[in-house]
Design a protein around this ligand. Structure first.
Ligand SMILES: Nc1ncnc2c1ncn2[C@@H]1O[C@H](COP(=O)(O)OP(=O)(O)OP(=O)(O)O)[C@@H](O)[C@H]1O
Ligand SMILES: [Mg+2]
Length: 215
């Protein structure tokens, strides 16, 4: 469903991506590993439209999307989480999910949207936290909430940057179950992660980022 060809990206003199190729097939879970600063997040930024490659193409189901805005890429079915979360911390958990659901500007949420938000909160084990501020739930719960926002987006391809880094075992198990559930539902996932158990439990393919290319 997604194909990257010969992606190059540098920041000043630093060449981060050096002719990266990648092909993702629908319905599989891919895990990207690699040392600090090896360019993993940069790759996700390029796929999601937050950065433009210096060279190379990104094709989603045969359509070239590398020059599209993040908003347009998102509307085409690619959702993402951020390594540094970027939730609306002064809004409630429920409101964060509502924000991510597609709706008309200034419109009140419909009954269906409210029902969908409830379902998603259930999926990410946050029903009981729905009225708490996103900034006040635990770090692990915040990670679950970012994935919930990605689900609310209705993305077919989810790009998840370090879902379990720095979180406790309970929430890690919840995220493992969630990723399995998303795969069951036919979603394609590209995730960055290092945790060995997590990788073993969730991944169909493990990819290694080295010297600016994916091996
Ligand atoms: N917007 C930017 N401007 C300048 N340099 C950047 C920018 N984004 C990333 N870099 C640099 O590019 C390199 C790769 O960064 P990237 O965040 O992609 O690495 P990473 O593999 O995700 O690392 P980590 O495991 O630490 O998250 C780093 O040297 C980083 O400092
Ligand atoms: Mg990173």
């Amino acid at each position: 469903m997604l194909e990257l060809k010969n992606i190059r990206k540098s920041f000043g003199d630093v060449q981060v991506l050096n002719g990266t190729n990648l092909r993702l097939r629908e319905g599989f879970v891919y895990t990207l590993k690699g040392g600090n600063g090896s360019g993993k997040t940069t790759l996700i930024n390029i796929i999601s439209g937050f950065l433009k490659p210096d060279e190379g193409s990104v094709e989603l189901k045969g359509k070239k999307i590398a020059r599209f805005s993040p908003y347009r890429v998102n509307r085409m079915g690619i959702g993402r989480t951020f390594q540094d979360l970027r939730l609306a911390t002064q809004m409630t958990v429920y409101e964060n999910i509502m924000l991510a659901l597609e709706k008309k500007k200034f419109a009140y949420p419909t009954k269906e949207q409210q029902k969908r938000a409830d379902e998603i909160l259930e999926m990410v084990s946050l029903s009981e936290k729905r009225n708490e501020l996103a900034g006040e739930i635990s770090y692990g719960q915040q990670k679950l909430l970012t994935i919930g926002c990605c689900i609310a987006n209705n993305a077919e391809l989810l790009l998840i940057d370090e879902p379990v880094a720095g979180i406790d075992k309970d929430n890690r198990v919840k995220i493992i179950e969630l990723v399995k559930q998303l795969k069951e539902a036919g979603k394609t996932i590209l995730q960055i992660e290092h945790h060995p158990d997590y990788i073993k439990e969730t991944s169909d393919y493990v990819l290694q980022m080295e010297k600016g290319i994916v091996c």
